[in-house]
Design a protein around this ligand. Sequence first.
Ligand SMILES: Cc1ncc(COP(=O)(O)O)c(C=O)c1O
Length: 456
Amino acid sequence: MLDHSDANHPAAGHTPLSAPNDLEAFWMPYSANRSFKAAPRMITGAKDNHYYTPEGRAILDGTAGLWCCNAGHCREPVVDAIQKQAASLDFAPTFQFGHPIAFELASRIASEAPDGLDHVFFANSGSEGVDTALKIALAYHRMKGEGSRSRLIGRERGYHGSGFGGISVGGIVNNRKFFGSMLTGVDHLPHTYNRSEQAFTKGEPDWGVHLADELESIVALHGADTISAVIVEPMAGSTGVLPPPKGYLKRLREITLQHGILLIFDEVISAFGRLGNAFAAQRYGVIPDMIVFAKGITSGTVPMGGVIASADIYNAFMDNSPEGMIELFHGYTYSGHPLACAAALATLNIYRDEGLYEQAAKLEPMFADAAHSYLADLDLVQDIRTCGIVAGIDLDPVEGKPTARAFAAMNEAFYKQDMMIRVTGDTVALSPPLTFTESEIDQTFSGLKKTLQAIG
Ligand SMILES: Cc1ncc(COP(=O)(O)O)c(C=O)c1O
């Protein structure tokens, strides 16, 4: 067992939280509060590809936190940058004032983004980024004199965060059904999963491009001149990892262009190396009108999200507003927060200097082979999908108890295999830091195999 008081311990300097004395006050998000509080899975430290528990157990991070710590944990250049920034400029408003690091970061993000996506609007999370993109889409058409374009189109099984905009275009039923009527004027494309056609595919499935044509039916139903934007995750993550069918995103782009509808890629989890490029848009050779980003931009260290918009969108606001007036009535107190900007620049430097996007692309075949070879034959496993450094593994649900199987797997992995895995429904979703070694990938899938054998 490692001792936190040891200066060489990776979590040295962190206050050991060996026994929090009251767990009641914190209402935990997207969590089974009562189960957690009865048997807490507590984390008190992190370094590189591991978390540490209060007892000093090293836990292999199979999920990069929540799809965000792409550069691994507590990386020194990022820690230094945040500390220095906190000591020199803690906060300054970006409403009518500015500070250089926000401009520097916006330029840097634009330089990594696909051609033509040149302008960055900062938010603090993926959910705020999604709301920002939807609002920009609506306001853009109004700026261009097409205010009738007010409908938004999402997709079944889509996840776009927890704001009212995001849950309206999102398509995960439990995230929607408790919360009233949400935004009006929203339609959904069908999701792209069909197990009988796609099971056990590595990468993008061959079947499913035709599902993009459903957009034509929605356009025919409402008329193109009522539709503002389509938003999709290039690879749907939170619903259980659904890589796009080959050609699907290109087809969506063709149809949206044909009808003057904006295309928004929600790249909150697919950006910053997860699929082997800065953005999934580059992997798929499809340039949308806006990209939503968050998570990996700071490797999870300081909250940040945002939208990268095309020059055409930005110019519509600049060209159609009176000089000296606010062009877009939207923003957050912490848009472009100095600490987040400092963390993001240091993180992007790590991605560049360590070649982590290229590393992810190089590791993808090994990652996919390990997932399929360790797990495909297990009785509990119904399907495996891999794409970039992501794997989704569907488990046979316990009859009458949806999610119970996956929950058991999460506990078994944490307590017996010293691994953090993420579960959504009865799917295990793995998305480790891009700094994982081949042997850590191997350890992850062999550990998951043992986990599933133990609970099966
Ligand atoms: C595709 C996608 N969009 C939006 C979000 C919401 O991000 P946040 O939790 O930072 O608001 C997530 C979070 O997982 C996501 O996966």
